[in-house]
Design a binder for this molecule. Structure first.
Ligand code: ME8
Length: 637
């Protein structure tokens, strides 16, 4: 599906504000970021939108449980989501919150218009409703035990007066559109799924609720709020200023709505039907990628795979580029794949440390030893085959990126890296040096250095720190991203005579045994202390919390005031004596361990409802956190 447009507008789903955003959400967002970066590098006018989906019964209830107004409950969670994206270097151009006025007004205008033209009418509805999906199900759609097929949670009977959208009217035109546009729903298996669903006949869709109030009111009947999915889907247009904003004219229709397969029907049927009703052009592509699974279950679901993997912990441990690389490389894009930290470390060791890291390390080391640290002149000897390999790899990367085959694109780059490493082994520069063949030595070392630089440009959509580091080590002061794709991928761009600067290895290897092997607990020979009984220990209520906010306390340089979430257990304010060890912004989003049943105390006039655990090592204070992210509120035993 070659994209010949000079513009590229890509979106992720807008996520529910949830302090359990995990590696699955990160997967979609990193993939969209890689595509946005790729098109930007190619000089295309690019817009990348993400955001949060903040209305609905589920959030209304969560806020009530926390004893808060919905927005006061949601704001800090949105701040932590933005912090997560910042740590992953997600280069979004806009972040839409569905509680913003710019969104609400335009959603109301859309609803009004559909009503005025007869595409929305009033009726009543009864059915089985999943609060987490915010959707009705029929009996035969339910999972065993009358559970929601996505969340495997009980559904509820709802009966209410409701407005309906004439979805049935748009089945035929939509089917014709999908048939005429093979790239509209991707990959092919999802396209087939959507077409057969439409062929079964579409029913009109209930698009308002009276059973709760946390939503955008129906403009002409405010006891109804607009169905959250209509509200949410519209974000892709409202964020651009639909119907007449300048950005809307510039970027609509979207080139790509990147989503997980769980929300395919909303994006490939309901949203396009609304756009047809509004007379707006349809997006070029809705791409439903697969799920990252843990132990065969979808991450974050209530039963199978209830476990969630915290991206921040992984970044702390392995660095942002290792996490980003793993996400785009490991799973064939589109299919389901299993997540495992061990697989991440294997990728890190083999592809990043061994292949890429080694190429840069050996090349700069040899230039230092044999060429006085300056990039040698290749002109004295015939070219190696690397320029040819590089051109071929570039062509393949471009083809794969246009088809959203991210894993194949990165795999292709490794052909260049592999060939360059092999050339070093074959040409044996140390032998050339011994024989005094400086002409051939110069050629070989120049070509492998240039291959490393070329690979850095090809990697720039995916990795956010490594391309810059490779340039720096090769002594090339150019800004990789600013130079862009075309200039960067001109073979021979690396200047002769540049001073290489070998730093630390790009990626230190991780000892798998040490990280994942059975480590014997062993007796700790600590200082003897008075012992306590297990019952005494049991009186401590230790809980995992997520830090939502952190701020300094005026006049107390050691103290920070933190707001922490215990998930269902609500929120607490805690004062912690860690201000000299952590900056407030680096704490937001982390998990920590709280002594939850400590008697509240006032410290410097600020109430502290519990205490965070930290290790004291000489002058250092280090916060304790679980080895993997767990649901906030989990008990520590
Ligand atoms: O559905 N593997 O938001 P959400 C891969 N607000 N991707 C995963 C995943 C996993 N295990 N888990 C989540 C919503 N995702 C609505 C969207 S859009 C108008 C409204 C990703 O917070 C995947 O992209 O539940 C999925 O579609 C999205 O997170 C769901 O995020």
């Amino acid at each position: 599906m070659p994209l010949h447009r000079e513009r590229f507008y890509v979106t992720t789903p807008i996520y529910y504000p949830n302090d359990k955003l995990h590696i699955g959400h990160t997967y979609t967002t990193v993939a969209a970021d890689a595509l946005a970066r790729y098109h930007r590098l190619r000089g295309r006018d690019t817009w990348f939108l993400t955001g949060t989906d903040e209305h609905g019964l589920n959030l209304q209830r969560a806020a009530a449980r926390a004893g808060k107004e919905p927005l006061a409950y949601i704001d800090p969670i949105v701040a932590w989501i933005q912090q997560l994206w910042a740590r992953l270097h997600i280069s979004y151009d806009d972040f839409i919150r569905t509680t913003e006025d710019r969104h609400k007004q335009r959603v109301q205008a859309i609803f009004q218009r559909l009503y005025d033209q007869g595409d929305i009418y009033k009726g009543s509805y009864r059915g089985l409703y999943c609060v987490r999906c915010e959707a009705y199900y029929t009996e035969d759609e339910l999972a065993e035990g009358r559970l929601c097929p996505i969340h495997e949670q009980p559904v509820e009977w709802l009966e209410e007066e409701s407005y309906f959208f004439r979805l049935s009217k748009y089945g035929e035109p939509l089917l014709r559109h999908i048939e005429a546009n093979p790239d509209f729903v991707r990959p092919e298996s999802r396209r087939n799924e959507v077409m057969s669903f439409i062929r079964q006949g579409l029913e009109d869709l209930s698009v308002s609720r009276t059973s709760f109030s946390w939503g955008i009111p129906v403009p002409f009947d405010p006891k109804h709020v607009i169905y959250v999915w209509i509200d949410a889907l519209a974000n892709y247009a409202t964020a651009l200023g639909y119907p007449d904003g300048e950005q809307y004219r510039r970027f609509w229709p979207a080139d790509l709505h990147l989503i997980g397969k769980d929300i395919l029907r909303f994006h490939a049927i309901i949203w396009p039907a609304i756009l047809l009703a509004l007379g707006e052009p349809l997006p070029h592509c809705v791409y439903g990628h697969g799920w990252l699974l843990i132990d065969g279950g979808k991450m974050g679901k209530s039963r199978a795979g209830g476990q969630v993997i915290d991206p921040l912990t992984l970044i702390d441990r392995y660095g942002v580029d290792a996490v980003r690389y793993y996400l785009v490389r490991e799973v064939p894009f589109g299919a389901d794949g299993s997540y495992s930290e061990e697989a991440l470390v294997r990728r890190l060791n083999s592809d990043l440390a061994n292949d890429l890291g080694n190429l840069v390390w050996r090349t700069t080391a040899m230039i230092e030893r044999f060429c006085g640290g300056r990039v040698p002149d290749p002109a004295g000897a015939p070219a190696t085959d690397l320029a040819q390999v590089a051109a071929d790899v570039r062509r393949r990367v471009e083809q794969h990126m246009e088809r959203f085959e991210l894993n194949l694109a990165v795999t292709a780059i490794w052909d260049l890296i592999g060939r360059a490493n092999k050339l070093i082994d074959e040409a044996a520069p140390w032998e050339l040096n011994r024989r005094g063949d400086t002409a051939r030595l110069g050629r070989v070392l120049y070509d492998v250095a240039e291959a490393a630089r070329y690979a850095a440009v090809l990697l720039a959509p995916f990795l956010v720190e490594t391309p810059e580091r490779i340039y720096e080590e090769l002594g090339f002061a150019e800004d990789v991203r600013r130079a862009g794709w075309e200039a960067g991928l001109t073979w021979g761009r690396l200047p002769v005579g540049g001073q290489v600067r070998r730093g630390e290895p790009l990626f230190p290897r991780i000892d798998l045994e040490e990280q994942f092997g059975d480590v014997e607990a062993g007796e700790t020979a600590g200082p003897a202390a008075e012992t306590i009984s297990i019952d005494e220990f049991g009186r401590l209520d230790l809980r995992v919390v997520r830090i939502l906010e952190a701020a300094r306390i005026q006049g107390a340089d050691r103290l920070l005031r933190l707001k922490v979430s215990l998930g269902e257990g609500g929120e607490r304010q805690v004062v912690a004596g860690i201000a000299q060890h952590y900056r407030p912004e680096e704490l937001v989003g982390r998990q920590a361990v709280l002594v939850a049943n400590l008697k509240p105390a006032r410290i410097r006039g600020v109430e502290s409802q519990g205490m965070l655990l930290a290790a004291e090592d000489g002058d250092r204070i280090v916060l304790l956190s679980p080895e993997q992210a767990v649901n906030p509120g989990s008990k520590v035993r």
